[in-house]
Design a binder for this molecule. Structure first.
Ligand code: G3P
Ligand code: CA
Length: 362
């Protein structure tokens, strides 16, 4: 970790000084998982714009579309198996409600101080969870994806690692609700590190970045494993495990220097990099990218999605919130702002924009 951080800091300084001199090589133009190299595309929950999220089919499509990394969000089953779901409550992303044998497991819990009602992965063994099938989380926004409802199982982290290893792409796992899972005796960090070790993907040189909205577990992981770490910062609020700390304070120059003591990257909500004006349009970049680079952190922004409703007004096309806007232009705007990576539900568009942007750096 330490040696990579040193090389990253040097590379960031070099890049800042000599951006206009960079000429992309064939190797640079292909998938890259070196945080100090060209910007990367991260298939957010797979190619979740085209397939139900967090399925092997979504990850495979992301890889075919040019993603450098695939991103599994991680939660635990009752028997400690890490699986890819955005939330531990799975009624919106699986057909669990159609399984009468599990009807009595519907319940209400407090997750990160919020009441949540539904079915929870930690109440199912992995064997039970395997009987469920994934469904599209946003059927009103992405009706075409519902054609795949019922086709795919909930994948384990190990299955995602195996796929990434086989296809030669990186993996960007996110621990979801780590303090909550600690509180119920299902800590996420140990099985995550064990899974990486099992697949021999636990070294600093491996194409793995672990991300979290919380801080304490990243600090723990910094001592547990040598892979890269990224601190996620949401557009509002603060980390659940640090009451009183805001994400706004974490993206100041001083806050970013603190993040750099335990992490290698910043996973920033888009608005931190390109703030929107009163009309909802993006304007000049904030200081976040420059300040992060000065601290030795790469910056990966989330989430680029092609539908109008998810983008600033200046990239929208027409008035239908579910119609495609100009995500290609949005991608270029973030690359021009100096980011090092794009999390996207539509890796094909992001990858095309990145290839064209790199070509323009000649
Ligand atoms: O990990 C980057 C981004 O995925 C964070 O937001 O809610 O999509 O996991 P979320
Ligand atoms: Ca995520």
């Amino acid at each position: 970790m330490t040696s990579r951080k040193t090389s990253l800091a040097a590379a960031v300084a070099l890049t800042a000084a000599a951006t206009t001199l960079l000429v992309p090589t064939a190797a640079q133009a292909g998938p890259s998982t070196d945080l100090s190299a060209d910007p990367v595309v991260i298939g957010h929950r797979g190619a979740s714009g085209y397939r139900p999220e967090h399925t092997i089919a979504a990850y495979e499509l992301a890889i075919r579309q040019g993603a450098d990394y695939i991103e599994p969000d991680l939660v635990s089953t009752r028997d400690g198996v890490l699986v890819a779901r955005h939330e531990n409550e799975i009624s919106g992303t699986t057909d669990v409600a159609d399984h009468p044998e599990f009807a009595d497991r519907r319940t209400t819990k407090t997750i990160d101080d919020r009441p949540v009602t539904g079915w929870f992965t930690e109440d199912f063994t992995y064997k039970e969870l395997r009987t469920l099938r994934a469904v599209e989380r946003l059927p009103g926004v992405r009706p075409d994806n519902t054609a795949y409802d019922g086709d795919f199982r909930v994948p384990t982290l190990d299955e995602v690692l195996k796929l990434a290893r086989r296809e030669g792409v990186g993996v960007y796992p996110e621990t979801k609700h780590p303090t909550y899972f600690d509180s119920i005796g299902l800590s996420l960090e140990e099985p995550l590190v064990a899974a990486l070790e099992k697949r021999r993907m636990d070294d600093a040189d491996d194409e793995v970045v672990i991300q979290s909205f919380e801080v304490s577990n990243l600090r723990d992981l910094d001592a547990m494993v040598d892979v890269d770490l990224a601190q996620l910062v949401d557009g509002a609020g603060g980390p659940f495990d640090l009451p009183g700390t805001t994400y706004a304070s974490m993206v100041t120059a001083a806050g970013l220097r603190t993040i750099a003591t335990y992490a290698d990257g910043l996973g920033a909500a888009k608005n931190w990099v390109l703030p929107r004006d009163a009309s909802g349009a993006t304007g000049a970049p904030s200081a976040v990218v420059d300040d992060a680079h000065a601290a030795g952190l790469v910056v990966h922004v989330w989430t680029l999605r092609r539908e109008n409703q998810f983008m600033a007004t200046n990239f929208r096309v027409g008035t239908d919130p579910n119609a495609p806007g100009d995500m290609y232009a949005e991608s270029l705007a973030f690359l021009d702002a100096g980011v090092d990576g794009l999390f996207s539900d539509n890796p094909d568009i992001a990858a095309q924009a990145l290839a064209d942007w790199l070509a323009d750096q000649d």
